[in-house]
Design a protein around this ligand. Structure first.
Ligand code: SF4
Ligand code: SF4
Length: 429
């Protein structure tokens, strides 16, 4: 027999019906949206009659929508009707037993066999209905999401009705609306975590092992500070306070005496600090660091002004820098950083009775541009597309190394961009 199955020609937008409308219309045919929960409740309210009716209607819609004449809704409904009669023999046997009639072992065995055999047409029908709905979703241009096996598993409680109906509603342009699914999913997540070992850290008894790049607080290594004032000038909150004095030192090998600035006070007001990290970035002498320390809360805002000694203590908690990420550019040579600032901290002074030499002053220079000391911006940023081969290679390497997929993607993208930029710059220059 020739099967008239139409080619997929329906697009999802043709199926959508405005919210509130209970029908969607396709090729002049009407298909009804039903409330999944309402359909399920109606099954029991109608003493299972609606299960048969629903089976007929769902298969009728499949027949019309797919144009598949081999689908016989009446047969599907009959299969459900037969399946629903499965408990009847057992109920009769129970009634007979309760009324004192001897049933015998054979009778009980027959009743149990009936309970197993009679539902088979219902199971087959539910399974095939699920398959048809899956085909309908395909024809509507949707990703098939219905599971016939799940439908069969839920059929003893008639839950295949709301499951399939919600899938049908998707085809008719309604959002997924099976009530309680979100709640069940949430409870499953809770259950999953309930059964896993706890990962709660018993802070403050247990201290967290924070990553090396944690922005806890800013620490100072005073020995490295040359009082160049860069951090203080660049700080957008003006919350770094530096005081110093000059000292003159006679060189042991003779020659002119030299003056050097000595740090008297270095304080940061963490009530004002916004943790932007600019001071750490601009310090040319590695005197400022991010420390993972975070336990420095105070009861009074004014006590958040921390002085040099406390800032120094925090340097002992600074962790060694982590290894560079895959594909990261190496650090620039240190000499480039020191060139424009180093002379400012040690200044030759005049011999007594002679004219002062004209050396650049070590004091803050207001006329200097504010961006001085920051890493030089590239003159022209080459706009490139990420290198796909590098992206895939690095992503795979990271995933193989057991790195979190989100982190792996980020690293792969960064590496791909750098590779593409290097290629572009290499090709251009
Ligand atoms: S982190 Fe930013 S706001 Fe805080 S002291 Fe440094 S430059 Fe100033
Ligand atoms: S930028 Fe660095 S070296 Fe200069 S004053 Fe600030 S902490 Fe000291």
């Amino acid at each position: 027999m020739a099967v008239d199955v139409r080619e997929p020609e329906v697009r999802p937008h043709e199926l959508t019906a405005p919210d509130g409308l209970r029908y969607a219309e396709v090729d002049g045919q009407r298909y009804r949206r039903r409330n999944p929960a309402g359909a399920w409740l109606l099954v029991f309210a109608s003493l299972m009659t609606y299960a048969v009716v629903w089976q007929y209607r769902a298969n009728d819609e499949a027949r019309r929508f797919l144009g598949d004449r081999t689908i016989t809704p009446a047969l599907s409904a009959l299969a459900v009707m037969i399946g629903l009669a499965a408990p009847v023999p057992l109920i009769v046997l129970l009634v007979l037993a309760l009324t004192g009639t001897s049933v015998g072992l054979t009778g009980w065995l027959l009743g149990a066999a009936a309970l197993v055999v009679i539902p088979i047409p219902l199971i087959v029908s539910v399974y095939r209905t699920g398959g048809r709905i899956s085909r309908m979703q395909e024809r509507a241009g949707l990703e098939p999401s219905v599971s016939p096996l799940l439908g069969v598993a839920l059929s003893p409680a008639m839950l295949h009705v709301p499951l399939y109906q919600s899938e049908l509603n998707l085809i008719w342009g309604a959002p997924r609306s099976l009530p309680g699914v979100g709640l069940i999913k949430g409870l499953l997540v809770t259950l999953k975590h309930l059964l896993q070992p706890s990962i709660t850290q018993q802070y403050p008894r247990e201290k967290p092992d924070l990553p090396a790049r944690t922005r806890g607080v800013i620490a100072l290594k005073p020995e490295n500070c040359t009082v160049c004032w860069k951090c203080s000038k660049e700080c957008p909150d003006w919350c770094i306070y530096i005081e110093s004095h000059k000292e003159t030192h006679e060189p042991a090998s003779g020659g002119r005496a030299r003056s050097a600035k000595v740090l008297d006070r270095f304080a940061i007001d963490f009530a004002l600090c916004m943790y932007c990290g600019i001071c750490v970035e601009v310090c040319p002498f590695d005197a400022l660091f991010w420390s993972p320390e975070f336990e420095y809360a105070e009861y009074d805002l004014l006590e958040l002004l921390h002085e040099k000694d406390r800032l120094r203590d925090w340097t002992y908690k600074v962790k060694p820098p982590p290894e560079l990420e895959v594909g990261a550019e190496p650090e620039p040579p240190e000499e480039e950083e020191e060139e424009d600032v180093a002379p400012a901290s040690v200044t030759p002074i005049a011999e007594p009775g002679t004219a002062a030499p004209e050396q650049p002053a070590a004091e803050p220079q207001p006329e200097q541009p504010a961006a001085e000391g920051r890493p030089a911006e590239p003159a022209e940023r080459v706009e490139v597309e990420p290198d796909q081969a590098t992206y895939e290679r690095v992503l795979q390497e990271q995933l193989d190394a057991g790195v979190n997929p989100r982190v792996a993607e980020g690293r792969a993208k960064a590496a791909a961009l750098r590779a593409a930029r290097q290629q572009a710059e290499g090709g251009g220059g």
